[in-house]
Design a binder for this molecule. Structure first.
Ligand code: MTE
Ligand code: MO
Length: 320
């Protein structure tokens, strides 16, 4: 069975069937967002709107037009054509092109290490066991741009509970797929492939931490990390590792690809923090893709209420 066929059969939880659930095609969606029909704005947007219309999927499905702060959700075109995915290329607009035929089926994820029940899951197992829910999150890249993305997925905590972590498990290490035959960027020997990331066990268990399997109510496209990627919305985007094949529970802080290359620039914690500049630029503000001008960056990317307690014992003045 193909993943997309299976995905459609994943049952919707009763709690998700609410009056707010609206099924919008692209034109209705843009109208709802005020992009179509708002005189002055229309003039500047008309050319790109026309250009992208034909390529747009018609079954965009989201339950809202904004995140909880009232920020408009970015368009499918923006989210799927401006990507960081160095296994393919460092050119954000070329990732979608180069990743187009990336093979995401069959796919297995090994969950192992300091657990009672290590297990290798097929992607279909995960989709069946953990019904997809929608999470509209801001994604703030360390490069000081951001988007609002309507993910589909399940909490990482649900998957971890399934393998029963031991009390000695203090960190979770994630690894992306290694396949230079499909990923031309992996021939760049400068980077210590495979891409790796990590979280503390408390961060991994936080309800915000998502294993994403979809976008806009559809399967994740390859450029966004199909078939399975992490989303940690209060941390810089590089923590949200794509195309995961291994999840290991360990008792030491793991190396990450970015902390290996540039430890002073990309540390392990990497919480979004407007008061701590990157060594080469300010993090006080950001450019929201699709907007002109800049917006102020929010502490923990606006999720302080949910996560600040995790850091009461560390110095947030440290970037890391
Ligand atoms: N495997 C892998 N995961 C990755 C990256 C990458 O290069 N390789 N880039 C990261 C960075 S820097 C960001 S900002 C986000 C971008 O996710 P998006 O393309 O879905 O917006 O993915 C992150 N996950
Ligand atoms: Mo990023």
């Amino acid at each position: 069975m193909s993943h997309s066929a299976f995905y459609k059969s994943v049952p919707v939880k009763p709690s998700e069937i609410t009056p707010e659930h609206i099924y919008l095609n692209r034109r209705q969606f843009l109208k709802a967002m005020g992009v179509i029909g708002a005189g002055a704005f229309l003039a500047s947007c008309a050319p790109s709107e026309q250009a992208s219309e034909s390529a747009a999927p018609l079954d965009l499905k989201v339950s809202a037009t904004t995140d909880e702060l009232g920020d408009p959700i970015n368009t499918y075109e923006e989210i799927t054509n401006y990507n960081n995915y160095y296994e393919f290329t460092t050119d954000k607009r070329q990732v979608a092109v180069l990743a187009k035929d990336f093979k995401t089926s069959p796919w297995q994820v090994e969950v192992y290490g300091l657990v009672n029940k290590p297990k290798t899951f097929g992607l279909e197992d995960l989709l069946r066991k953990f019904p997809a829910e929608e999470r509209i999150y801001r994604l703030r890249c360390v490069e000081a741009w951001s988007m609002v993305i309507p993910w589909m997925g399940f909490p990482l905590a649900a998957l971890l509970k399934e393998v029963e972590p031991l009390s000695t498990a203090k960190y979770v290490r994630f690894e992306s797929i290694m396949d230079s035959s499909q990923m031309p960027g992996q021939k760049q020997r400068f980077y210590p492939w495979p891409y790796q990331e990590g979280l503390t066990i408390e961060e991994a268990m936080n309800d915000l931490t998502l294993m994403a399997t979809g976008l806009y109510g559809k399967m994740l496209p390859p450029q966004n990390g199909a078939p399975l990627r992490l989303v940690v919305p209060w941390k810089y985007g590089f923590k949200s590792i794509k195309a995961i094949v291994k999840i290991e529970l360990i008792d030491y802080e793991p190396n990450t690809l970015w902390s290996t290359i540039a430890p002073h620039e990309y540390g392990f914690y990497a919480n979004v923090n407007p008061q701590v500049p990157h060594p080469r630029w300010s993090q006080a503000s950001e450019r929201r893709i699709g907007e002109s001008g800049r917006r102020p960056t929010l502490m923990f990317n606006g999720y302080a209420e949910q996560v600040a307690h995790l850091y009461k014992d560390i110095n947030l003045k440290d970037f890391y």
